[in-house]
Design a protein. Structure first.
Length: 270
């Protein structure tokens, strides 16, 4: 599933084409993805000027001068294609701009979503209302995590994946950040010390920023809007490396937590 760096990379790629442009045509090529497309999507966007693009957690936002924002989620396999040679069967939403660009939302598995939200209702919109702070923003601090973890016996890995605690963190980058911070993913969150959390927060930011700089991590379906792959996967220290040697020489281990694979080093992480 595309995680925060992949969504951020996607938004930046779209911004280079869409920001400030007028949407001249909207083609909705099927009724739904994970849920139905907004019935007035084409009407709301046709002729609108894109006033900006942003990201919230794992959602991309395309803002318009009509005080309405198109919010998209890439689901398991979604990606935007810029100026494709042809429109394919999995290109379910196509936007055309006044200067001749074509942007196609491609989603073979159809686990993504597209919504229209009034600007003044964005913060209260149900998927956003309960989100925690952005991991790249000033709201994520060791003190915030310490307060959220008080008395919690759930594993810290699972707590970090809770979007109410931190918005946008996903499996790959939590594994990598915990390894860098030398924290065992199965530790009860409430037992992790403040000094350990002070190590963790900058490592979360660093691994996300490094992945964004590398264009994200291409595993199966993800690619950047320009069609290029993300290259951060080659820098994984533990994720997907079960049995490979950690830097300490010990084989990387794998366990399943909450239905997801967790990769770690039993020597380096305590």
């Amino acid at each position: 599933m595309p995680e925060l760096p992949e969504v951020e990379t996607t938004v930046r790629g779209l911004a280079s084409i869409l920001a400030g442009e007028t949407i001249s045509r909207v083609s909705v090529r099927r009724a739904d993805l994970r849920r139905p497309f907004p019935p007035d999507l084409a009407q709301a966007l046709t002729g609108a000027r894109v006033s900006g693009l942003s990201r919230r957690a794992k959602y991309g936002l395309i803002h318009t001068d009509r005080a309405r924002t198109m919010v998209f989620h890439l689901g398991m396999s979604g990606r935007w294609r810029i100026d494709p040679d042809e429109i394919g069967k999995h290109d379910h939403l196509v936007l055309e701009t006044g200067n001749g660009h074509v942007l196609a939302l491609n989603d073979a598995r159809r686990f993504g979503s597209v919504d229209l939200v009034d600007d003044d209702a964005l913060d209260a919109w149900a998927p956003f209302a309960a989100l925690g702070p952005e991991p790249l923003g000033s709201g994520l601090t060791a003190q915030h995590l310490a307060r959220a973890f008080v008395g919690r016996i759930a594993a810290i890995k699972l707590m970090l994946l809770d979007q109410r605690i931190v918005a946008g963190l996903g499996n790959i980058y939590v594994c990598e950040a915990l390894h860098r911070a030398r924290i065992h993913p199965e530790r009860e969150a409430g037992t992790v010390s403040l000094p350990a959390l002070k190590r963790l927060v900058p490592e979360i930011r660093a691994v996300l920023e490094e992945s964004i700089a590398a264009g994200g991590s291409t595993l199966r379906d993800y690619a950047r809007p320009d069609g290029e792959l993300g290259y951060f996967a080659k820098d994984f220290l533990v994720y997907g490396r079960e049995g490979d040697p950690c830097a300490c020489g010990r084989p990387v281990a794998r366990v399943v937590q909450g239905g997801r694979s967790t990769f770690f080093c039993s020597v380096c992480q305590k």
